[in-house]
Design a protein around this ligand. Structure first.
Ligand SMILES: Nc1ncnc2c1ncn2[C@@H]1O[C@H](COP(=O)(O)OP(=O)(O)OP(=O)(O)O)[C@@H](O)[C@H]1O
Length: 325
């Protein structure tokens, strides 16, 4: 196996600049450049499942569009499976699968199975392989009863499972998922996540996952990349993200009765009071035990729980620290 084989996705100093013309008055237009992706470099190995996150407008979709060949980078080098996506978009299409949570690649008026038949022909999937893949995906994604239903009649969760199957019929080596659980209920979310985990473990499919649902990342990805204003802010293990943001944990305590905010030992502090319940923030790296012991000794404690910092709060803190650095 060569180096290129292992690093399945490779970006070196990739940039994308859009020319935007804005109407500023009668017959007057202002030209402006938007640097959507600003000198991004990363490598994704075969079989990795990586989260690609950041706030709205950070540059995530632009990156995915360059990886599929829809957009051409303004500068830098980009390869997927050794292929330059914008030069050989059709050849690459046979090796990648894409799922956009907010829009479907299925034919709206046709029964689900007809969309699959069309993809069979479009991707020129050999008959035996098509049948084998379809059977497997129908079973794993629980689609048997839905195959003859027109796509417009499917629920969002059913349609999403249908879309994931469509993206995988041609056995792609890499799957780009853009918000795959958006708008799904808890049961559908966990079905989709479970399927992705199994697919990655059994077939070694490389996955790049863009999402605003941080549970997707927590449950699926060991590695996460954070992008903001087109720049890479963090690339590493999920656990390290908490440290990078120096997140806080929260101790939620229930007292026998309503109390004024308790006098917590610093650096812990009360951040919220609601009836007999109080929320105390304390540094994530510290043990909760001394704090709990102290409160239990001094106050009429009934119950307590510790909440881990959520990644969104950690990322927000990272931004704050960068902005003030
Ligand atoms: N075709 C385009 N022409 C001009 N500007 C664009 C174009 N596409 C994206 N942009 C701009 O580039 C920046 C990055 O957009 P992008 O869609 O990649 O962000 P994103 O991280 O995917 O955001 P979201 O989470 O909202 O989908 C934004 O400022 C956006 O307005």
């Amino acid at each position: 196996m060569t180096e290129t084989d292992r690093a399945f996705i490779e970006l070196d100093g990739v940039e994308k600049v859009f020319d935007v013309r804005k109407k500023t008055g009668f017959m007057k237009r202002e030209r402006r450049q938007v640097r959507a992706v600003d000198s991004i470099s990363f490598r994704v190995e075969r079989g990795e499942m990586v989260g690609y996150i950041g706030p709205n407008g950070a540059g995530k979709s632009t990156t995915i569009k360059m990886l599929t060949g829809i957009l051409t980078p303004s500068a830098g080098r980009l390869r997927v499976a050794g292929i330059d996506p914008s030069r050989e978009r059709t050849r690459l299409a046979h090796r990648i699968g894409v799922v956009f949570g907010q829009r479907t690649t299925l034919w709206w008026d046709l029964p689900l199975v007809d969309s699959y038949r069309l993809m069979h022909r479009m991707y020129r999937i050999p008959d035996a392989r098509y049948r084998e893949n379809l059977d497997r995906l129908v079973e794993l994604l629980d689609l048997a009863d839905l195959l003859d239903v027109p796509v417009r009649q499917l629920s969002l969760g059913q349609r999403m499972r249908g879309d994931i199957a469509a993206a995988l019929l041609h056995d792609p080596e890499v799957l780009y998922l853009d918000e795959p659980t958006i708008g799904l209920d808890v049961v559908s979310k966990s079905k989709v996540r479970e399927f992705l985990r199994e697919m990655n473990a059994e077939r070694g499919t490389t996955v790049l996952l863009t999402t605003h649902d941080l549970q997707d990342i927590e449950q699926l990805c060991k590695r996460v990349m954070v992008i903001d204003h087109g720049r890479m802010m963090y690339d590493g293990p999920l656990a390290g993200l908490h440290e990078a943001g120096e997140g806080e944990r929260t101790l939620v305590v229930d007292f026998e009765r309503e109390l004024p905010p308790i006098d917590a030992p610093a650096p812990a502090r009360v951040v919220r009071v609601d009836g007999p319940r109080q929320w105390l923030a304390f540094p994530a790296a510290e043990s909760a035990a001394p704090l709990v012991a102290r409160i239990a000794a001094e106050y009429p404690l009934v119950d307590l729980s510790v909440r881990e910092p959520d990644i969104e709060a950690v990322i927000a803190k990272m931004y704050e620290e960068r902005a003030t650095a």
